[in-house]
Design a protein around this ligand. Structure first.
Ligand SMILES: Cc1cc2nc3c(=O)[nH]c(=O)nc-3n(C[C@H](O)[C@H](O)[C@H](O)COP(=O)(O)O)c2cc1C
Length: 139
């Protein structure tokens, strides 16, 4: 069974309400636990940046469901790779809202301290999520 990592970005759609984030996390955590999917979701009220890791079949299945979710749009896959081991195995879906702590990390991996994953390469997005994992408390 191959392990893969998938990273995508998206922006909130008109139907998204700020209270939706709690429901998204609750469903994601429950389903990911059953599917042995792990990862991290970054969110700044405009953009999502999510990393999913797990078996190829389960990550692909999860991504297909996410693609069809009307709460976000303009979904762009930034990185898809076979991996040897997981990097976010502490979380079925860790959650990282934007905070002052994340600005220097955004600046390190993109052109500005603002969080805009559309302006990032796949590898920068991946490295930024690892930096967040290692420096900022994640729920
Ligand atoms: C930004 C975002 C991230 C999501 N992340 C996940 C996830 O990691 N795992 C998951 O199962 N569903 C995730 N969802 C929810 C799915 O899009 C979908 O609503 C859910 O899988 C449907 O589950 P159900 O058909 O069992 O009700 C996410 C949705 C959004 C908008």
């Amino acid at each position: 069974m191959y392990l893969v990592r998938l990273i995508y970005t998206s922006r909130v759609s008109e139907t998204f309400k700020s209270s939706d984030i709690e429901g998204i996390l609750e469903v994601a955590r429950g389903k990911n636990e059953r599917n042995n999917v792990t990862g991290l979701l970054c969110f700044n009220r405009r953009f999502f940046l999510q990393c999913l890791e797990g078996s190829r079949a389960k990550v692909n299945q999860t991504y297909h469901q996410i693609l069809n979710d009307p709460r976000h749009e303009e979904i762009v896959m930034l990185n898809y790779q076979e991996i040897i081991s997981r990097e976010f195995d502490r979380w079925n879906m860790g959650y990282m809202p934007e905070s002052s702590l994340t600005y220097p990390i955004n600046l390190k991996y993109s052109g500005t301290p603002e969080f805009d994953p559309y302006e990032m390469s796949g590898e920068s997005a991946h490295q930024m999520m690892l930096a967040l994992r290692d420096t900022v408390p994640i729920q």
